[in-house]
Design a protein around this ligand. Structure first.
Ligand code: AMP
Length: 621
């Protein structure tokens, strides 16, 4: 027997939710549905968004209401228009096979006459935001005298938004003996108070411990200097090529600023904040839902009620002023049993705030180091490899070109072709990231000297266990921008170093030949000389660069040479980013300054209103 049938849900509804992929009830559904189906209890459910609470109250309502009658029998109040539409849509989906179910969504910022018309036609379930609901009540356009159930969804959010009085007035128009079901992610005293005020000995259900965040969320924090925050943020994004995230800022201005910078740097990002018109907000949300956007930059208020599945990361670009809001923010990821990561980028003074949040959510944060430039390169490279491997081939379209392509490659082995394809992107990451500085705040800045991080690295820069660290004992380790793709063997490289560096082979230590670059060691006392000798050296018309490998993580922030991008002010450079949102592949930055300029020509107009077409055009150009 279907587990939902066992809970008491009728066949028609079970079939409809099975089509939505509901095979087994979520914990809250399992526990709440039998209680609510009895219809005789007030109810308080402490549950995060994303736990399946809409069905936890929606399914019992469909069982309890009399759809032969066409007057309001259930009222669901929720904080935002987004959530209002979501709930309405969900209930309509559950009720697909049930006759005569009429649900109306009542929310501000939309034409009231349409909503009034729907109400006049007859509804049993009203899903509403408090402001517009009260407006309609005041117009005497609805009769709640036969309401049997009131659901207060995301009660804490409604109170946060100052809806207390509206709720009081709305509920005063409903019968005394109705049942009230309250759902809230957190249980501050104000929510306790309304629970007490409106309910009679409610059945209380707490999913997890009180105020505890979703167990599927990993909480991480990074400590950076304030001036490095944006660069660190981009580094984190680049290190997660598959990211589909919501980035929280504290103010509208910060939100807009970050979104614009990201767009300028070629990311698929856009802003969501209260200064946008409803139409603009809808547009942004639509693009995010469709995954045309990879990063949604939002304020707390604007992001309320955002209900998008599969958000992989929530990033707290700024910690919330109200610590309670942290739970709401992080609850946007790890929905429907999935896992997610909530990242906070903080400065050393904010570590105390993290400890406070830990106490509230009852869960420890993990301190993570901002990845080094080469870690990002490696991650991006393998995301590309993965993408190439899994790409859907449009045989019909590409077939005609295959013979010519094959002809081009006929003198290359499979290994050579693969190496070249991978290098095409990798060279660019490398060019961009090779001088990328260590963005982690120095340990003595963090008040956590010597604390081991998740990756087992020590916080101090000199001790980082980087593959690109300084050479062993008597040797200095160098980087050179030539490697096996340039047809070098280790022997060739040794010869090249000796000839051009004007040193003896005996002074050269380990040679670590990579695809497009190589690390090699030189005796310490030769290190100055070799750097001088290599000045102006070219290989096949290309400038050859050697650099101290130890500098590579902590070195200068200035870009050198042609691939450089001098991004504005404090920002680390950024290239155009080619990313087809949600395609499952790695997102790739264009690390070449020249290309970036060409591509940014594809953009028109300002930040928030910018559409996906900009990105599309860029890709075609
Ligand atoms: P909610 O907390 O109601 O916003 O639900 C979060 C997400 O989980 C929604 O996308 C639901 O469609 C989905 N969901 C809810 N219940 C189940 C279930 N029993 N099985 C699978 N998905 C579910």
């Amino acid at each position: 027997m279907n587990p939902f049938s066992t809970l008491g849900i009728r066949h028609d509804i079970v079939n409809a939710i099975a089509e939505l992929g509901f095979e087994n009830p979520t914990p809250i559904q399992e526990q709440a549905i039998p209680v609510l189906l009895s219809g005789s209890n007030d109810f308080v459910g402490l549950a995060q968004t994303g736990t399946g609470k809409t069905a936890a109250f929606g399914l019992p309502l469909l069982e309890l209401l009399d759809f032969e009658k066409n007057h309001p029998q259930a009222l669901i109040l929720c904080p935002t228009r987004e959530l209002c539409l979501q709930i309405t849509n969900d209930i309509n989906n559950y009720a697909k096979n049930v006759k005569n179910v009429n649900v109306v969504a009542v929310y501000g910022g939309a034409n009231i006459s349409d909503q009034l018309r729907q109400i006049r036609r007859g509804v049993q379930i009203v899903v509403a935001t408090p402001g517009r609901m009260l407006d309609i009540i005041n117009r005497k356009a609805i009769d709640f005298s036969e309401v049997r159930y009131v659901v207060l969804d995301e009660a804490d959010e409604m109170l946060n938004m100052g809806f207390q009085e509206d709720i009081d007035q709305i509920l005063s128009t409903t019968p005394e003996d109705k049942k009230t079901w309250l759902f809230s992610a957190t249980m501050p005293t104000e929510v306790r108070r309304i629970a007490k005020k409106y309910m009679d000995n409610p059945f209380e259900l707490t999913m997890g411990t009180k105020n505890t965040g979703n167990v599927n969320i990993d909480h991480e924090y990074y400590v950076v200097r304030a001036r490095d925050k944006y660069a660190a943020f981009k580094r984190i994004v680049d290190f997660n090529p598959e990211i589909f995230g919501i980035v929280f800022c504290r103010t509208k201005i910060e939100t807009q600023d970050i979104a614009e910078s990201l767009i300028k740097d070629g990311y698929n990002a856009d802003a969501l904040h209260g200064d946008l018109s409803q139409q603009q907000r809808d547009k942004v949300m639509k693009r995010y839902r469709e995954r045309s956007l990879q990063l949604l930059i939002a304020t707390d208020v604007a992001a309320r009620g955002i209900d998008v599945n599969d958000v992989t990361h929530v990033i707290n670009y700024s910690l919330p002023d109200e610590i309670e809001n942290y739970t709401h923010r992080s609850g946007r990821t790890a929905r429907a049993g999935k896992s997610g990561v909530s990242i906070s980028i903080i400065n050393s003074k904010e570590v105390g705030k993290i400890r406070q949040i830990e106490r509230i959510i009852g869960k420890k944060f993990t301190k993570v180091e901002i990845p080094g430039g080469f870690d990002v390169c490696e991650k991006q490279l393998f995301a590309l490899v993965h993408k190439v491997h899994n790409v859907e081939v449009n045989t019909e379209q590409i077939e005609q070109y295959i013979p010519r392509i094959m002809d081009e490659f006929k003198d290359l082995s499979k290994e050579e072709v693969i190496t070249r394809f991978a290098s095409l992107e990798f060279n660019r990451f490398l060019d961009y990231y090779q001088n990328a500085p260590d963005l982690n705040a120095p340990a003595d800045d963090r008040g956590d000297r010597g604390e081991r991080t998740e990756r087992g690295e020590r916080g101090e820069r000199g001790e980082r266990s980087s593959r690109f660290g300084s050479g062993r004992g008597d040797y200095t380790r160098f980087f050179i921008n030539l490697g096996s793709v340039d047809d070098f063997t280790r022997g060739d490289m040794l010869g090249f170093i000796c000839n051009n560096g004007k040193i003896s082979g005996k002074a050269v230590g380990k040679i670590d030949l990579k695809g497009v670059f190589t690390f090699f060691e030189v005796e310490n006392d030769q290190s100055e000389a070799i750097q001088q000798s290599f000045k102006g050296v070219e290989f096949n018309g290309r400038a050859v660069r050697i650099e101290l490998a130890g500098d590579r993580d902590g070195g200068s922030r200035e870009r050198s040479g042609g691939g450089g991008y001098s991004g504005g002010g404090r920002r680390e450079g950024g290239g155009g980013r080619e990313r087809s949102g949600g395609s499952g592949g790695g997102g790739f930055r264009d690390f070449s300054g020249k290309k970036r300029e060409e591509r940014s020509g594809g953009y028109s107009g300002g930040g928030a209103g910018r559409s996906r077409e900009g990105g599309e055009r860029r890709r075609r150009s």
